[in-house]
Write a protein that binds this ligand. Sequence first.
Ligand SMILES: NC(=O)c1ccc[n+]([C@@H]2O[C@H](COP(=O)([O-])OP(=O)(O)OC[C@H]3O[C@@H](n4cnc5c(N)ncnc54)[C@H](O)[C@@H]3O)[C@@H](O)[C@H]2O)c1
Length: 437
Amino acid sequence: MPTPVDIAPARGKLGVLLVGLGAVSTTTIAGVVAIRNGFARPIGSLTQMGTVRLGKRTEGRSPRISEVVPLSSLDDLVFGGWDIFEDDCYSAARTAGVIEPALLDRVRTDLEQIRPWPAVFDQRYVKRLDGPNVKKGANKKELAEQVVADIRRFKEQHDLDRLVMVWCGSTEVFMKASPAHQTIESFECALEKNDPAIPSSMVYAYAAIREGIPYANAAPNLSADIPALVELAARTKTPLAGKDLKTGQTLIKTIIAPGLKARLLGVDGWYSTNILGNRDGEVLDDPESFKTKEESKKSVLDYILQPQLYPDLYADLCHVVRINYYPPRGDNKEGWDNIDLVGWLGYPMQLKINFLCRDSILAAPIVLDVALFLDLAKRAGMHGIQEWLSFYFKSPVHAPGLYPEHDLFIQLMKLKNTLRYLKGEELITHLGREYYD
Ligand SMILES: NC(=O)c1ccc[n+]([C@@H]2O[C@H](COP(=O)([O-])OP(=O)(O)OC[C@H]3O[C@@H](n4cnc5c(N)ncnc54)[C@H](O)[C@@H]3O)[C@@H](O)[C@H]2O)c1
């Protein structure tokens, strides 16, 4: 039997720092409060409902994940966060319009106590937004110190044992890693010099990682996905995860595409379009923010279908992704996919998918799971990029030189095998010869 990893117990309270108190954050917080009061169920959350098979199929051992590894209980979570708007979490949730008012009113007192701290914000990186609740500072280094001060005050005020941070802020404009992002020294120098290569999300990420607080990015912008912050995470032993929550259309894409490839069906074209009316949709209506999202959404098929291995089937794939801002729909996104397939002897077929989903309802359980699993990783001494959390992301962060794994089913196997590894259980290979020997 392998040896279990030494994991510190999930003692005391866990502070969950959310950057941006918009639709995703407020749906997560209101949901957790509703669930812990018994008003609703945690559907979609692996940490709350998932099981993991241990041992052989004949042993009949499939405990809940929360019984296998020590996770923080929902009762021990304390939420805090930043936003450029001053609304408390209750009014922000009303504005987001995801959860119905009747349920929100039942958790109102808890939500009203969560008031966002002033944000690190610069409109240069999110063109469609502007708000009054913004920090002032001589340079970005000073702003990072203010974020650290917010975190320390919050920790003391609520007597927290540990913290995690998730960027749930708007998608920033498209940027590529530049020289300022290469080393801790160049990054800190860029902070002091107010270098435009450092967007707001990197300031928060830097503050968290320097404090050894696990950091995840729910959006597609670079944020912690740069060598300097990965190096800082190694130094401060901080786990990292990201980017861009795998919800809606991309979730479906990473469910369908592995199936088509498994049966070696060709794909000539995949046209995806969305109509979306929330604030996220409004931000993504700006071409520079959309470009960040588009890159994140488009890479998925290339990695799953592997056109370099199957040129006859996928080399000419035309993949188009559109997001249209359409206010009447609010958070209830509608995704349309048209897939042009090719079968035996080259005969064409079509598959149409119309997903009437709720964006933040799909996102909230992911934020919860990622927060709890990152805290677990920290207590288990795992730091740097947590590839086993790829399951939750559209653009999984990965080591240089490795290609990211996008297939949802491989990602789930990786996640569950990581839990088995932590517990000192045999990994499941699905070879299964022992049942027939
Ligand atoms: N909803 C989903 O299913 C989903 C899926 C994948 C990714 N995402 C991403 O998650 C993020 C949040 O989505 P949402 O639907 O909650 O959007 P939203 O617009 O409702 O919320 C974002 C919030 O972040 C705030 N904000 C922006 N910049 C900030 C800063 N620098 N500091 C503090 N606050 C800041 C905004 O004021 C806003 O309240 C977006 O980037 C979105 O693309 C969402």
